[in-house]
Design a protein around this ligand. Structure first.
Ligand SMILES: *[C@@H]1O[C@H](CO)[C@@H](O)[C@H](O)[C@H]1NC(C)=O
Ligand SMILES: *[C@@H]1O[C@H](CO)[C@@H](O)[C@H](O)[C@H]1NC(C)=O
Ligand SMILES: *[C@@H]1O[C@H](CO)[C@@H](O)[C@H](O)[C@H]1NC(C)=O
Ligand SMILES: *[C@@H]1O[C@H](CO)[C@@H](O)[C@H](O)[C@H]1NC(C)=O
Ligand SMILES: *[C@@H]1O[C@H](CO)[C@@H](O)[C@H](O)[C@H]1NC(C)=O
Length: 243
């Protein structure tokens, strides 16, 4: 009983206020860093070190911090309730004859923590593309389409439909898969869809032909327990209905 008490107290404090996370791990001997990434409580790598299984992380032999069944890479755990992770992108590439030569359309189910609706954007790069993300049951979550009929309108840094488009992510999304398609014949091009932390990706029209070999983009998840009103308070505007 006495062994359990500190953890129980911590949980109380923990749900009462988010400021007290800096308290030490509930047990000594918990790994508090993986490489140079801090692992603050409620996260932990061993039983007794994490609050519950949702906060279980793993530090690989190569000092890669991971969360969830499929080892989603973690870049940062911040005490203000955000977790920066790495998500894969979806892509389709065609050769000169229009044959699909490579593609990937991963299912992304990193953890139980929702994708921050205020810190990330769904982004599509390509010509004449339609892309969206789908939730459980193939439920439509959000999406956008691009055109390249006015290729001269494709400006570096501008992502408003010519060669690049972005849309907002609704609250509460924890898993999704990609839908990526085109409405024109494709030759010698690739198209990409991904969720990315706002500010991390800047469109360059050279990406239409030759996207730098990025396979993972940083995405921010909200991990704080209980009600976080910050997402509700800020821009929930103009996302597409999930019905
Ligand atoms: C951690 O180390 C990597 C390379 O070893 C570096 O790129 C990164 O900026 C470091 N992160 C922090 C938070 O210091
Ligand atoms: C872990 O704890 C949080 C906060 O108390 C709770 O919302 C969540 O459902 C728990 N998860 C598991 C797997 O027990
Ligand atoms: C892990 O990956 C496998 C194979 O891709 C998939 O079937 C499973 O749903 C994934 N689990 C999670 C929790 O993402
Ligand atoms: C985007 O995120 C990755 C991973 O954290 C980082 O290495 C890269 O420098 C970032 N790029 C920009 C432009 O912020
Ligand atoms: C756009 O950026 C790329 C590099 O990312 C550069 O090579 C190209 O010249 C730029 N184009 C314009 C029109 O600024």
């Amino acid at each position: 009983m006495t062994m359990l008490l500190p953890l129980f107290l911590l949980e109380l404090i923990f749900s009462a206020t988010e400021v007290t996370f800096a308290l030490a791990n509930p047990k000594s001997g918990c790994l508090d860093k993986c490489g140079n990434i801090s692992i603050p409580y409620p996260f932990g790598t061993n039983e007794g070190c994490y609050l519950n299984k949702s906060y279980l992380v793993e530090c690989s032999a190569s000092n890669r911090l991971q969360i969830g069944e499929n080892g989603t890479g973690v870049l940062d755990i911040s005490l203000d309730g955000q977790l920066q992770v790495l998500f894969p992108l979806a892509y389709m590439c065609y050769d000169r004859s229009g044959k699909l030569i490579s593609s990937s359309s991963p299912d992304v189910k990193p953890s139980r923590f929702p994708i921050s609706s205020t810190r990330n954007k769904f982004t599509v790069v390509g010509c004449d593309s339609i892309a969206s993300i789908l939730g459980p049951g193939q439920m439509y979550i959000t999406g956008c389409h691009t055109s390249c009929s006015r290729i001269s309108g494709a400006k570096n840094g501008s992502c408003y439909g010519v060669g690049c488009c972005q849309s907002a992510i609704p609250e509460g999304i924890t898993e999704f898969d990609f839908y990526l398609s085109s409405y024109m014949w494709d030759s010698n091009v690739c198209r990409y869809a991904f969720i990315v932390e706002e500010g991390n990706y800047t469109f360059s029209w050279t990406d239409l032909r030759n996207m730098p070999k990025v396979e993972l983009f940083p995405v921010v998840l909200d991990w704080a327990v209980g009600d976080t009103d910050c997402d509700k308070a800020q821009g929930t505007q103009n996302y597409v209905s999930r019905e």
